[in-house]
Design a protein around this ligand. Structure first.
Ligand SMILES: Nc1ncnc2c1ncn2[C@@H]1O[C@H](COP(=O)(O)OP(=O)(O)OP(=O)(O)O)[C@@H](O)[C@H]1O
Ligand SMILES: [Mg+2]
Length: 362
């Protein structure tokens, strides 16, 4: 019988990340001077880490944290951005907080300022700066965390197609960090191409730090899998070391896939589950390639190499413009990850290497 306050057979785990949490802590412990870009493959745990970090700093320091998770917010036009970043605080309204002392997700304005912003009589960037200045004056450190910033990619200032909002925001972030040292700015995205535009922009490159959040290391995966009760509150199922090793060999440190496989393992033999899973990834690869032999050629490169840079695809004879388009499509569809700091491409995770091998009959 399951206890009443623990109604599930399996819970979402949270493994390790001590180093990452310490690194983030160190980042906000010094005076702001650069933007921090958190990157890493699909589902490598960036959002989860940032939420953990939020919980941690909430306990430790005198901070004002604004946390904008743009995936959860519908941002399509300029007004959506304004609604996301600014909120009117009315008297008696219950503050939107994760805990009692941290405001999450907006700059506080009064209704007069809101009206002015909407009527374009006030500059939203000046309004943000004024709040950051005021917080700093009070001895409070502002920290602005934005997850999935690329969601604002298609938004234009005052809906004017010539003025991309994201570029204006970047300029503002540079001014707030490198120039005025007013706020910590942490930005996360799983879109390597989006981050690449940042990385190759010389102005931004000089004022940003890139921080990679990767899948779990083997020792952490083994620790998790050999202690399912401790980390996933699974009370009626254990794994032998050889089985844990098999899971590592199949999906590596990809937490989401480990969680998925654990659920399957309750009622099925491990070898069946893992072989079916590899076939499923093969199916995804096959579906993605479809009839496009150029995609096939690109993925074939990973039979011989773990990571590839653009030059490794040159012998395939695909026209340069087309090749770039195809690689971009593969990154956007989460087949490949593009690491902007090293300019290398690689399959999103260990299971994808299996899928590719199976696809080519290896
Ligand atoms: N440290 C961890 N230990 C165990 N599971 C984790 C950990 N971090 C994240 N996960 C799990 O991995 C999955 C993906 O996490 P998350 O959404 O944070 O990744 P992400 O990098 O933000 O993904 P995306 O690339 O889609 O933005 C979730 O199911 C989450 O519960
Ligand atoms: Mg995320």
């Amino acid at each position: 019988m399951k206890e009443e306050n623990e109604p599930y057979r399996q819970y979402v785990a949270f493994i390790d990340r001590q180093k990452e949490l310490t690194d983030l802590g160190l980042f906000i412990d010094k005076q702001p001077s650069e933007i921090l870009f958190v990157h890493g493959p699909k589902s490598s745990g960036k959002t989860t880490l940032l939420y953990r970090f939020l919980e941690q700093i909430q306990k430790e320091q005198k901070l004002n944290v604004k946390f904008l998770d743009l995936r959860e917010i519908f941002t399509n036009v300029y007004e959506d951005f304004l609604k996301t970043f600014f909120r009117v605080e009315t008297k008696g309204e219950k503050k939107e907080t994760l805990s009692s002392n941290i405001n999450v997700g907006f700059f506080k304005i009064d209704s007069t300022v809101e009206k002015k912003i909407l009527e374009k009589r006030a500059d939203p960037f000046k309004v943000m700066k004024a709040e950051l200045l005021e917080l700093t004056r009070q001895g409070i450190k502002p920290v602005l965390i934005i997850d999935e910033l690329q969601a604002l990619d298609k938004i234009y200032l005052d809906n004017d197609k010539e003025r991309q909002l994201i570029m204006a925001l970047f300029n503002f972030f540079v001014a707030m960090t490198k120039q005025a040292h007013l706020a910590h700015i942490i930005i996360a995205s799983s879109d390597g191409y989006f981050l690449n535009t940042v990385f190759t922009d010389s102005k931004l490159k000089k004022c940003s730090r890139f921080y990679k959040v990767d899948y779990l290391a083997k020792k952490d995966v083994m620790e998790w899998l050999l202690n399912l009760e401790k980390y996933s509150k699974i009370k009626d199922y254990t794994l032998a070391e050889a089985d844990a090793q098999k899971i590592w060999d199949t999906v590596g440190g990809s937490m989401w896939e480990i969680q998925y496989l654990l659920t399957e393992l309750f009622d099925n033999p491990i070898d069946d589950v893992l072989s079916l899973y590899k076939k499923k990834i093969k199916g995804m690869i096959k579906y993605y390639i479809g009839m496009d032999m150029r995609k096939e050629k690109i993925l074939e490169v990973f039979l011989k190499k773990e990571t590839a840079d653009i030059k490794d695809f040159a012998p395939l004879g695909i026209v340069t413009g087309e090749l770039e388009g195809l690689l971009q499509d593969m990154v956007r569809n989460n087949i490949l990850y593009f690491d902007p700091t090293e300019a290398v491409y690689y399959p999103q995770g260990k299971s994808y290497y299996w899928g590719i091998r199976l696809y080519f009959g290896h």
